[in-house]
Design a protein around this ligand. Structure first.
Ligand code: SAM
Length: 244
């Protein structure tokens, strides 16, 4: 059926491509891609041969009207290199214009590094704020951090290995030394989530910038430092001795 199909793809583990994603991709008249080598590899892996057309930050403005026009007669699938399109990736303007033109918009949800990191971090998930990539320049980064210092929500952000330690130090300075987690290489062979306070994590990575892809998760302000089971046992015994 004609329209726009937003298709999430794996963030490192091909097993995470959903059967519905395979189905939609194999029926698409055209697949709009960030990088045809990356998506070409994925399509080959699932044995699907569909025409691809580039849609990325540098050509989006120019090709969007043509792509939207095609949606009245063709099924256009949008994918990014990895994960969910529109999340720190191109796509929202395509959805906006597809809607404005009255086309059908369908989502095929799936992997998203930000949400996956939240499931690994062990920090509150009832309210979270996704910050994408913070600015790379120190001053702009500090300003961006100051803007969210008062927000009562878990913070989630993307960062690169070489910048991780400086970013964690800036977060510690701007937010206070909150609990945090660094989730790395999610769904891949060397997946790990390292937890600690922001300053502990900054110290850990300062001389050893980690390889691979990274999500930082930061606790909301005023989170009590998590009590260990031992603390809980002591507190319970103590409380019991005081009971009348
Ligand atoms: N749209 C994607 C999504 O749904 O997660 C994110 C695209 S953004 C351009 C790429 C960033 O996502 C990486 O620099 C990294 O911070 C994060 N990321 C992607 N895959 C990851 C993974 N397997 N493990 C940890 N972080 C990942």
């Amino acid at each position: 059926e004609p329209g726009l199909y937003i298709v999430a793809t794996p963030i490192g583990n091909l097993g995470d491509l959903s059967p519905r994603a395979v189905d939609v991709l194999s029926r698409a008249d055209v697949v709009a891609v960030e990088d045809s080598r990356v998506t070409g590899g994925l399509l080959r892996h699932i044995g699907v041969k569909r025409p691809m057309t580039p849609y990325h930050d540098h050509n989006a403005e120019g090709v969007r009207p043509g792509l939207v026009a095609r949606m009245s007669v063709e099924a256009v699938a949008l994918v990014s290199d990895a994960g969910t399109p529109l999340i720190s990736d191109p796509g929202y303007k395509l959805v906006r214009d597809a809607r404005a033109a009255g086309h059908k918009v369908v989502t095929v949800p799936g992997p998203c590094a930000a949400v996956a990191a939240l499931t690994l971090a062990g920090l509150p998930t009832d309210r979270f704020l996704f910050l994408g990539f913070l600015p790379s320049k120190a001053h702009a980064r500090s300003e961006a951090i100051a803007e969210v210092a008062g927000v009562r929500a878990t913070l989630v952000l993307y960062e690169s290995g070489p910048r991780l330690a400086a970013c964690l130090a800036a977060l510690a300075e701007g937010l206070g030394d909150r609990e945090a987690a660094v989730a790395r290489e999610i769904t891949k062979r060397f997946e790990e989530a390292v937890t600690g306070t922001l300053s502990e994590l900054a110290a850990r990575y300062v001389d050893a910038p980690p390889k691979g892809e990274i999500v930082v998760v930061v606790a909301p302000p005023g989170e009590a430092v998590p009590a260990t089971q031992l603390d809980a046992d002591v507190a319970l015994r103590e409380a019991l001795t005081r009971l009348p």
